[in-house]
Design a protein around this ligand. Sequence first.
Ligand code: AMP
Ligand code: MN
Ligand code: MN
Length: 345
Amino acid sequence: MTIGTPLWHPGEIPAALLDALKGAKRPLILTHIYPDGDALGSAVAIHRLLEELGATPQTILTHPVPQKLSFIDHDQVAEVLDGEPTPQQIEMAQSCDLVVVVDTSAPDRLGHMRKVVEDCGAPRVCIDHHLDGSVDFFDQIWCESGSPSTGNLVLEVIQSLGCELSQKSAESIFVAIATDTGWFRYSNSGSVAYRYAASLVESGVDPEPIFQRIFQSFSLERTQLLGDLLASIEAPEQNRIVYSVLTEPMRRKRGVDLEDLDGFVDSLGQIAGCEIVFLVVEVGPGRYKVSLRSRGDFSVHPIATRFDGGGHAKAAGCRLEGSEEQVIENLLGQCRLTLDAGPVE
Ligand code: AMP
Ligand code: MN
Ligand code: MN
């Protein structure tokens, strides 16, 4: 396996997937739990595309998006569940004639919407760029694991259908690509992310205010919490593994929401010599959300899948339960095994 695919080019979009999008009248658009910039940007761009094609789409998110990203849903088309879907939301969703899933192909990552999808009987299509996922769950899937984001795949779909790219969708897709590549810094950018970005900027997207909004508009409390996290950083194996734990009391002391922790794991990986970074966030009593990143030639994907998670070679995640000590020990054990096995060719 090659880490990152700098020479990635979009493959062929299944014709039946394009036909399904063209034919839908009441499509239901979904993405992964705890949506990020790529999830939201892709979902709203697909929503607008389907509207332009004459459909009445419905987009449902299982969790709120980070406040700093909500601007890319310019017309606030996405509904956000408050826990489980209400009976009205279930009834509405189940009357759909097509389910469109973006930025995940793992049914579990649909959260509370998984059951609605399973019960509704409508055909399911998926546009994604993750390594894992259940191809069998979908009638049509376009999954390009070498793609920097799902957003640029949605752009390809819009262009293949010969539809106009609106200013709003250009901005949403730019944010999808920019956030999944860490503002074009990660190896998943390849050369294509820059090319997509150039074409979107040429079509009128202004990157500077977007950068300000996403990366330079944090609250004082979030910045202080990051300081707390950095102060408790651990770096075993001569700094080759770097990790930190964000407990509920730490987070509550600063009054920061879970969805505002986006980017913390990247701040941990700034230490020279670091190969694997992980951040453990306590999300409930004995429950932890883990973010893993590779800074070198090791894939963190197998570590995440070992704990029933997934993602990409260089950015993956999983959930663990148990005591904090046990969770750290389990993760460190897998990280050491990964380092011992040597880099991925
Ligand atoms: P995060 O660390 O939450 O930014 O996630 C990094 C990557 O791993 C993203 O592509 C996620 O979709 C994926 N990921 C995170 N958590 C999980 C999980 N529990 N199961 C599968 N994939 C995950
Ligand atoms: Mn995502
Ligand atoms: Mn993505």
